[in-house]
Ligand binder design. Structure first.
Ligand code: AMP
Length: 472
């Protein structure tokens, strides 16, 4: 299938062509026609599936059908995202795909000055991408008018709820006109998401792209079971021995991220840390250095890593396992993206074995265990994959941990920032779906056909009555 069969007009096709996008991804081929039919959509798609273009392209198409370059602009489409990084990436996609259309867009998020945002909004925009906190700041200052919104998109809705944004979202929804098209994208479907969808969407079409953990996907997973004190030594060994050029390492704490970074630098491995205590400028720089290849290792906490989009990331390491099993899926989803091959390695010590069991039960698969001389634990580990009563995946326990973590972090808005805007990696040579020239990148980043691991279902749902409640 090609983009030209999906109902997109010439200016959009031209922009896609320039980006080097040859074929739509599964979520794009499913979502674009349905959105063009003006239907509400509930889509299950992780980052890395091409979901952003999946909603941005039809949105641009619909808006451009009723736009003239002369008329005074007002906000017609609102895209809400959980993080600044994701807002910036989505905003950049809107600009890129819409560059031959008379459509204006902007991005607003916290941590940077509000006045330039006010000035841009005053001039008039069609599409606004925003994080909920800063959007409400504008509402409070009456510098924004949401009364003419025709399209609402909630991107990574599960992350937004996870970060404690539900009340902010409800406040925003109360300001929107009732008659509009709604699109909700989420990687996972908790009861909270189902409730939100039920209250927000009108007879939505359900679109689903299988998560990689369900398909085997392009990610090879492995665990090393070893003593805690040996972890950093093993990590340095793996990086050096495997000549890893780019690895994203997850730690559970900000302090742990800093310490690990210092250790790696001491071992002459270039590394930077990205976490909530760093300013927006420092986070942006760390990300850019990592993307450009001047830094080999990016050490991140879960909160800071949200929304990071790096094409062809070959290695992810869990220096510590997350205590919420679902976070494991989000973490390893950073590699093996866009149909490429990636490796996800977890370093697990005795006290984390219960987390490992929980993860294996969630992904319904035993993760391959690797032993390496000098790095083994005396602990004998027998994997538990089958669900056990009262153990492992425990939604209420996980929700409690999330709530505590969000309170500690104060949601995204508590992250102290000063200056700088996160930028998308514009390296066009690194688009994952481009065919031949990509295979020259690296021998451990093999190419896969996208269509092979997708599971889609575009049947219209009569009514997703997950709970009783009023429509927003
Ligand atoms: P997303 O899941 O929206 O974060 O997209 C992941 C990456 O895939 C981004 O870097 C996009 O630029 C890229 N991408 C999205 N759709 C396509 C496509 N059809 N062909 C090539 N690259 C794409």
């Amino acid at each position: 299938m090609s983009f030209s069969t999906l109902g997109l007009s010439a200016p959009i096709l031209k922009a896609l062509n320039e980006e080097g996008y040859l074929n739509p991804t599964p979520i794009q081929s499913k979502a674009i026609p349905v959105i063009l039919q003006k239907k509400d959509v509930l889509a299950g798609a992780q980052t890395g599936t091409g979901k952003t273009a999946g909603f941005t392209l039809p949105l641009l198409e619909l808006l451009s059908q009723k736009t003239s370059s002369n008329e005074k602009k007002h906000i017609r489409a609102l895209i809400l995202t959980p993080t600044r990084e994701l807002a910036a990436q989505v905003g950049q996609s809107v600009e890129t795909y819409g560059k031959y259309l008379p459509i204006k867009s902007t991005v607003i998020f916290g941590g940077v000055g509000i006045n330039p945002q006010i000035a841009t909004l005053k001039k008039g925009v069609d599409i606004l991408t925003a994080t909920p906190g800063r959007l409400l700041d504008h509402v409070g200052q009456k510098t924004i008018d949401l009364s003419k919104i025709e399209f609402l998109i909630l991107d990574e809705a599960d992350r937004m709820l996870d970060m404690g944004f539900i009340n902010d979202i409800k406040k925003v929804l109360a300001l929107l006109p009732k008659n509009r098209q709604n699109l909700l994208f989420s990687a996972t479907f908790s009861d909270e998401i189902k409730e939100l969808a039920d209250n927000l969407l009108n007879s939505p079409v359900l679109l689903e792209v299988a998560r990689r953990n369900e398909t085997g996907g392009g990610i090879s997973q492995a665990v090393y079971i070893l003593d805690k004190e040996k972890k950093r030594e093993l990590l340095a060994h793996l990086i050096k021995d495997g000549s890893w050029k780019q690895v994203l390492v997850f730690t559970r704490t900000k302090h742990g991220a800093n310490k690990l970074c210092e250790y790696l630098i001491g071992k002459e491995i270039t590394a930077s840390a990205i976490h909530g205590n760093k300013s927006q400028g420092a986070r942006t720089k760390a990300l850019e250095d990592f993307k450009s290849g001047s830094v080999r290792v990016l050490v991140a906490t879960d909160i800071a890593a949200r929304g990071i989009d790096i094409d062809l990331l070959p290695h992810v390491v869990n220096f510590e396992l997350p205590n919420i099993s679902e976070d494991y899926v989000h973490r390893i989803g950073r590699t093996g993206r866009a149909g490429n091959v990636g490796s996800a390695i977890s370093l697990v010590c005795g006290e984390e074995l219960e987390y490992l069991n929980g993860i294996q039960r969630l992904i319904k698969q035993e993760i391959k265990q690797i032993t390496l001389d000098g790095f083994t634990s005396k602990q004998v580990y027998v994997a538990e994959v089958k669900p056990q009563r009262g153990r492992g995946n425990n939604p209420s326990r996980d929700q409690k941990i999330r709530t505590e973590r969000n309170a500690r972090n104060g949601g995204a808005s508590a992250i102290s920032t000063k200056d700088g805007q996160p930028k998308r990696d514009n390296n066009k040579d690194r688009k994952p779906w481009e065919k031949d020239k990509k295979s020259t990148h690296s021998d451990d980043r093999g190419q896969k056909s996208y269509g092979s691991h997708s599971k889609t279902d575009s049947k219209p749902q009569k009514n997703t009555k997950f709970s009783q409640g009023k429509k927003y």
